[in-house]
Write a protein that binds this ligand. Structure first.
Ligand SMILES: C[S@@+](CC[C@H](N)C(=O)[O-])C[C@H]1O[C@@H](n2cnc3c(N)ncnc32)[C@H](O)[C@@H]1O
Length: 289
């Protein structure tokens, strides 16, 4: 299997387990809004749909996907293995699951899928280059999404904008400045994302956005950023831990904050207030004409 598709990283073996068992447990944020969009406006009920979760990761959203047919794919076998464990009432649905690089040709028939969920993935396939090169992998993923959706089929993409990444995680405030700057290059804004969807064949008038005002760091007050299981399950730490200089800067910023509980509290409160105002993440909702 080629590994060029993902630039921030894949999750294999131990990381796959840590992603789910992380010291800051993940929440399926936005799931109610996603399900509403996937089933409203004359769409079939979920139980009669073919639904694809791409990539499914460790299956955070899978327990909610009680579809007629469920398609799960991920680059990481470890993640896929975890996701298959949480399929709801597996005897009641057809399950198709396979390891795949979503930037390559997807082995899913054209016009065969009613709904696609794509959560917290797109920063894994963008690259730090400026210009069109940055979006090449993501463009291929969206081409496949457009191809496999039935006419009228729906796509939900949850992602963080650059602004949301910069302000909604208090743990980022202890990262070295150049680590944050590097990380932000992987995240798009709304215009960049909808431009790519239009290039893939979606009509601009069929693309909308919503804000998710639920914290991705659910246990914001108790997270220990030096806990290895927090670090290995979070792609942001890949940048913060990339060099010994960055590690040292993070360590010293963390020590300074620990010595000043008021400052630590106000960093956490600032992140929480940002999330309440501008959201932790964004939901892109698109319908294929
Ligand atoms: C942050 S996780 C999100 C997983 C899941 N959608 C969720 O919301 O919990 C990102 C996932 O993308 C997968 N991934 C990264 N690059 C990939 C690629 N090129 N093709 C397929 N999966 C990829 C990783 O293995 C990981 O499971």
């Amino acid at each position: 299997m080629k590994t060029t598709g993902s630039r921030i990283g894949n999750y294999s073996g131990e990381d796959a387990h840590n992603y789910e068992a992380s010291a800051h447990p993940r929440q399926p944020v936005g799931i109610e809004d996603m399900l509403r969009f996937l089933t409203d406006g004359g769409q079939k009920p979920l139980k009669d749909q073919v639904v694809a979760d791409l990539p499914c990761g460790s299956g955070l959203y899978v327990p909610f996907l009680a579809a007629k047919k469920l398609i799960l794919a991920d680059f990481s076998e470890g993640m896929l293995g975890e996701a298959k464990q949480v399929v709801p009432n597996p005897q009641d649905r057809e399950l198709v699951s396979f390891q795949a690089d979503l930037t390559e040709t997807l082995p899913i028939e054209s016009k065969s899928v009613d709904s696609i969920l794509c959560n917290q993935f797109i920063h894994h396939v963008t690259t730090p280059e400026h210009g069109p090169e940055r979006w090449k992998g993501l463009g291929k993923v969206f081409d496949s999404f457009h191809r496999i959706l039935k006419p009228g089929g729906r796509l939900t993409i949850s992602f963080c904008t650059r602004e949301q990444v910069a302000h909604s995680y208090w743990t980022h405030s202890i990262f070295a400045d150049d680590a944050i700057a590097e990380e932000l290059t992987y995240y798009p804004d709304r215009e960049e994302l909808s431009g790519l969807l239009v290039q893939a064949g979606f009509q601009a008038s069929d693309i909308g956005f919503d804000v998710i005002r639920q914290d991705l760091q659910a246990d914001i007050w108790t997270i220990d950023p030096m806990d290895p299981s927090v670090q290995s399950g979070d792609s942001g730490f890949r940048f913060a831990l990339k060099t010994s200089e960055r590690r040292a800067e993070m360590q010293s910023k963390w020590q300074a904050l620990q010595a000043d509980p008021d400052a630590l509290h106000s960093r956490k409160a600032a992140a929480r207030d940002f999330v309440a105002d501008k959201g932790s993440s964004t939901l892109c909702l698109a319908t294929k004409a």
